[in-house]
Design a protein. Structure first.
Length: 469
């Protein structure tokens, strides 16, 4: 009896061993090897996507300029970002789906119906660790190095899959248009200026970039977004000379002024007939007075200032600052009168005004010493000159006052109050408290401003007047 049972057990063991051997045959190992290859391809696609999207184009360009062919290839392959991402996603999804299907078929043949659950678990773990997290972590640690190595293979993949990707792009855009979403195929995927500005902000927040350096770089980037009217000197602040005055008085006015260039008008201030340059005036006066042909006093008394006056240069108030700077450099001029759409003079702008948008206020020994435009107070407030631009205030204090409705701080208060406020009136809007510290005639000369804390700011369209409180 015992011998019969032993014989039966040995027979069953032999059958199980034979069945197991049949399951783990050459086909099994070839399929498992192909699955491993598919997972490796998935890792390649995942790492390439991260490297090519995270790599700095500035760093790649710097390497390409030094002759690095891999960096140049990376720059070329990332020009069409939508096509690149589409090809990588298509390849990655194909290999992932194919590996999951093969694993399910393979493990079902070995473990029966339990193979589906086992395959799902195994493939998920393998894809997550070896095909997603690990390659992307490696790629993000050195994106430029990996991008230059994978650029050529990815370019071949992109070329091979481009017909399918083109069809997919058309289908996607068609579906989006059904929902009212329009895409621009020629539009850039990102803005270089926004990328640089974001990097500067992050660098300043982490302490890597100093505030002064950030402000200078952002000021240079922002020149194209700002118009001449935002930084010009208003016409009420322009020193002008009446061409009808006696020559001696004109000469005295030129000598008394702290400015090198002065507009010359005839009759009314709108009628500017020339621009006097102090150096040209003094050179001509000296030549006329000391040429040895007559009395120097008589020569000065009869001097014709229009003979040395330059032709006035007028520019529209809507001209962008970067364009105006190029015009100044092209014309070898530093001075222009700003006019509105009706031809009326609104102010003047100089090359120095534009440069100050980048480097900050520029002063020299001839500038008049006046009260500071921004003075801190003992209670956390700031006394601000009403003519100070909102942009300068924001840049100095890292505030966020809007400048789309007004250029100056006084202009913002008048716009929000919808009137010219009286001295002592207090308003709260945009998260700040504004107190009119000084008013001269119809002009708000001084304001005291401080951020609101611990209270809800009033909505911009309904400024709160606290003067009665």
């Amino acid at each position: 009896m015992i011998a019969a049972l032993a014989t039966t057990a040995l027979a069953q063991t032999a059958e199980t061993t034979a069945a197991t051997g049949e399951r783990f045959d050459m086909t099994f190992w070839l399929t498992a090897g192909f699955i491993a290859l598919l997972l490796a391809m998935s890792a390649f696609f995942s790492g390439s996507e991260t490297a090519l999207t995270a790599a700095s184009r500035g760093k790649l360009q710097a390497r390409a300029d030094k002759g690095d062919a891999g960096s140049q290839a990376a720059l070329e392959v990332t020009k069409d970002s939508e096509r690149l991402i589409g090809a990588i996603l298509l390849g990655n999804n194909v290999v992932n789906i194919l590996s999951a299907s093969l694993a399910t078929a393979l493990l079902t043949a070995v473990f029966g119906s339990k193979g589906v659950a086992i395959a799902t678990f195994v493939v998920t773990v393998l894809v997550l660790i070896f095909s997603e997290v690990m390659p992307k972590t490696y790629a993000i640690s050195a994106p430029e190095d990996l991008a230059r190595r994978v650029a050529r293979p990815i370019r071949w993949v992109t070329l091979a899959l481009s017909p399918i990707v083109a069809i997919v792009r058309l289908i996607v855009r068609g579906i989006l248009q059904l929902f009212g979403v329009k895409t621009d195929p020629a539009g850039a995927m990102f803005s270089v200026q926004e990328e640089i500005a974001g990097a500067l902000s992050i660098g300043h927040a982490t302490g890597v970039v100093q505030k002064e350096d950030r402000d200078r770089l952002l000021g240079a980037l922002d020149l194209g977004n700002r118009a001449v009217e935002e930084v010009m000197r208003h016409r009420s602040e322009i020193e002008m000379i009446d061409a009808g005055l006696p020559p001696a008085e004109i000469l005295q006015a030129v000598l008394d002024s702290s400015h090198t260039r002065l507009p010359l008008f005839r009759g009314e201030r709108e009628n500017v007939v020339g621009i006097l340059h102090a150096k040209d005036v003094l050179r001509a006066v000296h030549h006329s007075a000391y040429d040895g042909k007559g009395d120097p006093a008589e020569a000065v008394r009869d001097f014709d200032f229009m003979a040395v006056a330059m032709k006035p240069y007028f520019v529209p108030d809507t001209t962008a600052l970067d364009e105006q700077m190029r015009e100044f450099l092209k014309r070898r001029s530093h001075f222009a009168l700003v006019v509105d759409e009706y031809g009326s003079i609104r102010g003047l702008i100089t090359l120095e005004d534009i440069l100050e948008e980048i480097v900050g206020e520029i002063t020299d020994e001839h500038d008049a010493e006046g009260a500071q435009a921004l003075t801190p107070g003992p209670t956390g407030d700031y006394t601000v000159d009403g003519a100070m631009t909102i942009r300068d205030l924001n840049r100095a204090l890292d505030w966020t006052l809007p400048d789309d409705e007004a250029n100056t701080v006084a202009g913002l208060v008048i716009h929000m109050a919808q009137s010219i406020p009286e001295q002592g009136q207090v308003f709260s809007f945009h998260g700040y408290r504004f107190e009119v510290a000084q008013r001269r005639e119809n002009r708000v000369a001084k304001l005291r401003i401080r951020p609101l804390s611990g209270r809800q700011a009033v909505q911009p369209d309904t400024p709160e007047d606290e003067s009665a409180a």
